[in-house]
Design a protein around this ligand. Structure first.
Ligand SMILES: Cc1cc2nc3c(=O)[nH]c(=O)nc-3n(C[C@H](O)[C@H](O)[C@H](O)COP(=O)(O)O)c2cc1C
Ligand code: SF4
Length: 473
């Protein structure tokens, strides 16, 4: 078992076993967040190396590394940086530290335990992609992350890593820290930009508002996730070949996965991308260590609360985007939520549906109305007051948000074929579909648990046949 910093251990980070560490290598030190420790452990060497290259060379290294975004969509960072239109200045970097997908708690650790690594990543990105100012947006509830990043920024400014003529170079950049107010939807990049501009955090319509073209203050803007950027110091210091030597061709490097729910050891693990399977992660001795109390696995959410559910048939799928997608789900934000055989499936789905219905920003009708309908109907079913017709209404409302066939996992038990991810949607962002996904997965994979909760009675008309006259007699 490796050495652990007290805080990292308490926060549920485990590094036992013999795994490569790209972004969590300093978590074992109790002073991992200080500039002194960062210097002692190779910190800011990646930035120095980057500054010895031309910006385009550094950008090319990132492209060659096939570093995939860790915010949810898994889009290659180097390719995204190339989408900014030529000759339009200034351009900005926005760091998405709004982490709030149910089950996800890895960016918080990166900000709390290694803020200089994130700052160095931001500087490398700005240098390589020609971005003149960086805005670091941290979720409102993450007070310790905010405090540590703020201190790290002060120290990095004083040491000459941020500001004018960084390390005596012509490269200059400022980093502005912004504390969010705690809304899930603000994690969506265009809503985050609205929030940064002082507006209500509601997503913009894409097109035309693709941030790389029209982003913050109408300027080209790169939005990247905290973990994505935290990989850059390693890539700059060691080269893309060292990065691609870990993991697979389509999913290189490592990635941080938060495991929660009914495993013996919930926690955050830095895994080898592309080859580590869900079985490794849930049952492995150096990971989740199996299901609690000797129980059996019933289902798991493979990629944060928005992801369609998997069951035991999918345990051997590795953390590789295409394989997860063709099996009917996604890797999303890197959060695995495990449910054992004592789980009340409709009630578990209700918990997630309630979250997404509550987090709707209200901008589009199918999400604003549909999410609340789904929540209210499911709540009635879970309370034992539902009817057969309620199940049909759930499907109808779901179809108004996600028309067509919904992705779901193959289940040998039910003799179903997998329907691949993604789905069609009528809403501006994924919050609307996310309210339907958990109940759709639950009803598809465990129909018997809904059947016992509903009765087959006729639904009576809500409108009285003879209305009493006003003032009534
Ligand atoms: C509802 C919603 C919530 C999101 N929340 C986050 C989040 O908390 N953190 C994050 O990095 N990306 C989040 N994303 C994805 C971002 O929109 C964006 O794709 C990401 O920050 C890009 O960074 P990456 O390319 O480095 O992954 C969310 C997307 C949606 C639709
Ligand atoms: S899908 Fe929901 S959260 Fe997203 S923009 Fe529409 S109303 Fe807002």
């Amino acid at each position: 078992m490796g050495a652990h910093g007290t805080y990292a251990w308490a926060a549920g980070y485990f590094d036992d076993g013999d795994r490569p560490q790209i972004v969590t290598s300093r978590f074992k030190y109790d002073d991992s967040y200080t500039l002194d420790r960062y210097h002692e452990s190779g910190g800011y060497q990646g930035l120095r190396k980057a500054l010895e290259m031309q910006p385009a060379e550094m950008a090319d290294e990132v492209k060659k590394s096939t570093l995939l975004g860790r915010g949810g969509a898994g889009f290659p960072a180097g390719v995204k940086w190339g989408f900014t239109p030529a000759g339009v200045w200034p351009r900005y970097l926005v760091v998405n530290g709004d982490e709030s997908e149910p089950g996800t708690y890895k960016d918080r650790l990166l900000m709390e335990l290694d803020p200089h690594q994130l700052i160095e990543g931001c500087l490398i990105a700005c240098y390589a992609a020609g971005l003149s100012q960086c805005f670091l947006y941290i979720r409102g509830e993450m007070a310790l992350a905010h405090e540590r990043v703020a201190k790290a920024l002060d120290d990095a400014y004083r040491a000459g890593y941020i500001g004018k003529n960084i390390l005596g170079n012509s490269f200059s950049v400022d980093i502005v820290l912004h504390w969010g107010a705690g809304a899930y939807v603000v994690g969506e990049e265009t809503a985050l930009i609205e929030s940064l501009e002082g507006e209500r955090g509601m997503p913009r319509v894409k097109p035309p508002y693709f941030p790389a073209a029209i982003g913050l203050y109408g300027q080209p803007t790169i939005v990247n996730n905290v973990e994505t950027l935290a990989n850059l110091p390693f890539i700059a210091a060691n080269g893309s070949a060292a990065y691609t030597a870990i993991g697979t061709e389509t999913s290189p490097g490592t990635r941080m996965i938060a495991v929660s729910g009914h495993v013996k050891r919930p926690g955050v693990y830095e895994i080898i991308n592309g080859t580590t399977t869900f079985r490794d992660l849930i049952y492995g001795e150096n990971f989740g260590q199996g299901i609690r109390d000797g129980n059996e696995l019933k289902a798991f959410v493979p990629g944060g609360g928005s992801a369609p559910w998997f069951v035991a048939d999918q345990l051997d799928i590795p953390f590789e985007g295409r394989q997860a997608s063709s099996a009917g789900s996604m890797l999303g934000s890197g959060a695995v939520i495990v449910m054992d055989d004592t789980t009340d499936i409709p009630a578990a789905a209700l918990t997630l549906v309630k979250f997404y219905a509550h987090e709707s920003c209200g901008k589009c009708v199918p999400c604003r109305e549909g999410g609340t309908w789904l929540y209210r109907i499911l709540e009635r079913i879970v309370a034992g007051n539902g009817t057969d017709a309620d199940l049909d209404t759930i499907r109808e409302v779901g179809q108004s948000i996600c028309p067509g066939e919904m992705p779901h996992a193959a289940s040998e038990r039910l003799g179903l074929d997998a329907v691949p991810f993604p789905y069609k949607m009528t809403t501006i962002c994924f919050v609307g579909p996310s309210a339907y996904v958990p109940v759709h997965s639950a009803m598809t994979l465990f129909p018997e648990e809904f059947a016992v909760l509903v009765t087959k009675r006729e639904v009576r008309s809500m409108i009285p046949v003879t209305a009493a006259p006003v003032g009534g007699e």
